[in-house]
Design a binder for this molecule. Structure first.
Ligand code: SF4
Length: 406
């Protein structure tokens, strides 16, 4: 049974970023941004391929000078995913980016302020069929709005900035627009997006800007983006991390998969937190498994459990797992013991079984082993462990007795 507590997605109109639909019921997409100089065509393409491999659907490259725009002209036709040009201060760079053939523009209304320039970009984009993201940013709000709202950034100021820009676009008949109202404060950006979603049906691009390095940046981004997605708000997302952008793409993809908003493509690795019963170094094995599965497209939930006493039961919902017992690894598929392997071969065995299941299905995997024999072996190790460690291996009762003596 699929359980979901995500609100129904807010209806939005749809725009196309190259061949990728954004909004209008399309799957939520993952974005990231290259960190190379855009004029470095080969280096940028290498990073784009890495990002696409890690789960990015769309990628943004800066277009900050003519060399970058010229780079884009070579990058766009060779890119495996659509390219958005990020333009800040110079409106001519927006025109150059459109001429380079990009699939979308991102404009910061706080930085390109002349209304004539904004309209000129929108008219050119409209003629060439290039959509634009209005990318409002709490850190670079238009000075007039900053002053209007008491020299502070508020949700209303961010929304007003976006709507002002949208009105200039509408005056020249341009409506292929998506909008973001990012801020580095999670409560501020959450409130701004909530407000914005009430007043426009343009698709929304979610993100916590300048979230910082992991793990703090991951936590902040997830807090903001996931909160909004759970409320049905958001059509495309970006983690802004101070890290290799591949981390951003992976995190974005993983978030969407864990919320059930995108089909699983990668392993969902679960592992017990370890405790006094653990028969193996759970942290080391989980890390090894994470490294090994990171590059494999295996859409299964896989469990690493520290002992056979509680492991298989606690992870019975996993597609595949291993629990340690008596210095051996007990493999289980959908809670049923299937094989016993040496401790140092656990990850290798998981890969073999995972690949077999993906190729042939669970039934075929279960049919190839003697389930009764595997269950018996697991039971022997489980009993041995209980005998050696007792029921109270974490010594809870001992501590309680001590406390009672105080
Ligand atoms: S009881 Fe076993 S499965 Fe549970 S945390 Fe401890 S080692 Fe892990």
């Amino acid at each position: 049974m699929q359980i979901t507590s995500i609100s129904e997605r807010r209806p939005t109109r749809q725009i196309m970023v190259g061949p990728i639909p954004v909004g209008g019921g399309a799957p939520v997409t993952v974005q990231s941004m290259t960190t190379t100089k855009t004029s470095d065509v080969e280096g940028t393409l290498q990073q784009i391929y890495d990002l696409a491999g890690a789960g990015a659907d769309i990628v943004r490259c800066t277009c900050n000078d003519l060399a970058a725009a010229e780079g884009l002209a070579h990058i766009v036709p060779r890119s495996p995913i659509p390219i958005i040009a990020d333009v800040h201060n110079q409106y001519k760079m927006a025109l150059a980016a459109i001429a380079s053939g990009v699939d979308c523009l991102r404009l910061n209304p706080g930085n390109i302020r002349k209304i004539d320039h904004i309209k000129a970009i929108a008219m050119e984009a409209g003629e060439k069929g290039v959509p634009i993201r209005i990318g409002v940013n709490g850190g670079s709000l238009h000075p007039d709005l900053y002053a209007k709202y008491g020299d502070t950034v508020t949700p209303a100021a961010l929304v007003e900035s976006a709507l002002n820009e949208l009105s200039y676009f509408e005056e020249v008949g341009f409506d292929m627009v998506k909008i973001s109202v990012k801020a580095s404060s999670v409560p501020l950006m959450v409130e701004a997006y909530r407000e914005l979603s009430k007043v426009t049906d343009h698709p929304l691009h979610l993100g916590v800007t300048e979230a910082g390095p992991p793990p703090g940046g991951l936590i902040k981004s997830t807090a903001g983006i996931a909160t909004l997605l759970m409320e049905g708000i958001g059509d495309t997302i970006r983690y802004s991390l101070t890290a290799d952008p591949v981390e951003e793409a992976r995190a974005g993809r993983q978030l969407l998969e864990s919320l059930g908003l995108r089909e699983r493509q990668n392993v969902d690795l679960i592992a017990c937190p370890s405790c006094g019963r653990a028969e193996i170094d759970v942290f080391a094995i989980a890390e090894e498994a994470q490294r090994t599965f990171a590059t494999k497209k295996i859409p299964l939930q896989i469990a690493i459990m520290g002992c056979v006493v509680n492991g298989p039961g606690e992870a019975r919902g996993a597609d595949l797992g291993v629990a340690a017992g008596n210095k051996r690894g007990h493999l289980f598929v959908h809670g049923q013991n299937v094989a016993v392997v040496k401790e140092d071969e656990m990850v290798e065995a998981l890969v073999d079984w995972a690949e077999y299941i993906v190729e042939n299905g669970v039934e075929a995997a279960l049919a190839r082993v003697d389930l009764v024999k595997a269950k018996k072996e697991a039971e022997i190790d489980r009993k041995k462990l209980l005998l050696e460690q007792g029921e109270d291996v974490n010594q809870g009762q001992k501590r309680v007795d001590l406390i009672r003596k105080i």
